[in-house]
Design a protein around this ligand. Structure first.
Ligand code: PLP
Length: 399
């Protein structure tokens, strides 16, 4: 910049912006530019040929250095080649489903899904886009097998599920899906890649709400898709960047990168605390059932032990009380704020029937086994004695 350029020019560009990064940053910086100056015009260039890893950036909806760094880290944790970071888990799921189905097509999905995913599949894909969705009890692979047809292009699973901590056998279902010519997508939000890596088990796609364990600090909403399949990655990338323009911001990419650094440490503590709490609840006279895959009494404990590298920090349980009693219990807790969401360092309690699963009809909730007495915990990393003492106080308030 010539020093004699005008004040209003210098006020915008003087002293920076165009220099290559020279500092050897140890931490990936928050790279906030929306656009990138290119060296010259290239009549043969196409957007798909841009290689962010070679420093080729054009516009931050397409790619951005902070987001690119996060995408590489996510791909590496899930053991995949391609990752894309979205503005929410929901947008990662909608782009993935969109990439895999066509009007008139068929999806087989676990009936016990994240509430928002189930609503998306019915209200968007079934009602508006003419896609047929079969919801099945995927705890039994035979139920998946009998729902598959020549039209099925996508099988959509979560394991463990929300809120009942049901599992499905990813390896068995991948084989069934592939025999039918369908793609298997797995929402791995509850387990995190520390505990479960669906691509290694045969899934074609993994999605996350990075809002939960990956970021881990309840201060960012985001999502991700990871796959080894270059064709699927291209199609999802097209939908993300051109079809919807739905990308994670540089600041949220930075937060998520920072959160992921402690993911393995956090998961260790989440799990140790959840195990102790599950054991405490299982012994408590005012608790009628505990849903935690780490308990030997969980009907799919063996599958969990085989498929996962640990049992995680999520659990749900049934209080021996009616809705009024459950309200009393929830109101007596002080270490567990009543809130939706999960996977942060702070513990949370949630009441599925009136919160996350209130959009379902009472009949649909009953069919799934979501009763008014069901309470879900996202167990945080606090001292577990404090957490157990608080639950003990809450249950004592029922007497
Ligand atoms: C939270 C969640 C989602 C949705 O993610 P958002 O980031 O809230 O859009 C999807 N699946 C599971 C299992 C979740 O817990």
């Amino acid at each position: 910049m010539p020093p004699d350029s005008h004040f209003d020019t210098r006020s915008v560009t003087h002293g920076g912006g165009r220099q290559p990064m020279v500092a050897e940053d140890v931490v990936v910086p928050i790279h906030l530019t929306s656009t990138y100056a290119v060296d010259d015009i290239d009549p043969d260039a196409s957007l798909e040929d841009l290689d962010p890893d070679a420093g080729e950036y054009l516009y931050s909806r397409l790619s951005n250095p902070t987001r690119n760094a996060l995408e590489h880290r996510l791909a590496s944790l899930e053991g995949g080649q391609h990752a894309m970071a979205f503005a929410s888990g929901t947008s990662a799921i909608v782009a993935t489903v969109m990439a895999c189905v066509e009007p008139g097509g068929h999806v087989v999905a676990f009936e016990d899904l994240y509430g928002g995913t189930k609503t998306m599949l019915t209200r968007l894909f079934e009602a508006r886009l003419g896609v047929d969705v079969s919801f099945v009890d995927a705890r039994d692979p035979a139920a998946v097998a009998s729902a598959l047809s020549a039209e099925t292009s996508l099988v959509w699973m979560e394991t463990p599920t929300n809120p009942l901590m049901r599992l499905c056998d990813v390896e068995a279902i991948a084989e069934l899906a592939h025999d039918a010519g369908a793609v298997l997508g797995v929402d791995n939000t509850f387990a995190s890649p520390v505990l479960q890596r669906p691509l290694e088990l045969g899934a074609d796609l993994v999605v996350h709400s990075t809002t939960k364990y990956l970021n881990g600090h309840s201060d960012s909403v985001g999502g991700a898709v990871v796959t080894d399949d270059a064709c699927l990655a291209d199609e999802i990338g097209f939908l993300q960047q051109v079809g919807m323009g739905n990308v994670l911001s540089p600041f949220d990419s930075f937060l998520t990168l920072r959160g992921i650094k402690t993911l393995p440490l956090r998961m260790e503590r989440h799990e140790a605390n959840a195990r102790a709490i599950a054991a405490f609840l299982a012994d408590h006279p005012r608790v009628t059932d505990v849903h935690y895959p780490g308990l030997p009494s969980h009907p799919q404990h063996d599958l969990a032990a085989r498929q996962m590298d640990g049992f995680g920090g999520m659990l749900s349980f049934e209080v021996d009380a009616d809705l009024e009693g459950v309200t009393t219990f929830l109101g007596s807790l002080s270490a567990f704020p009543l809130a939706v969401s999960l996977g942060g360092v702070e513990s949370l309690v949630e009441h599925p029937a009136t919160m996350t699963h209130s959009p379902l009809s009472p009949d649909d909730r009953a069919a799934l086994g979501i009763t008014d007495a069901l309470v879900r915990l996202s167990v945080g990393v606090e001292n577990v004695e404090d957490l157990i003492a608080d639950l003990d106080t809450g249950l004592a308030a029922l007497r």
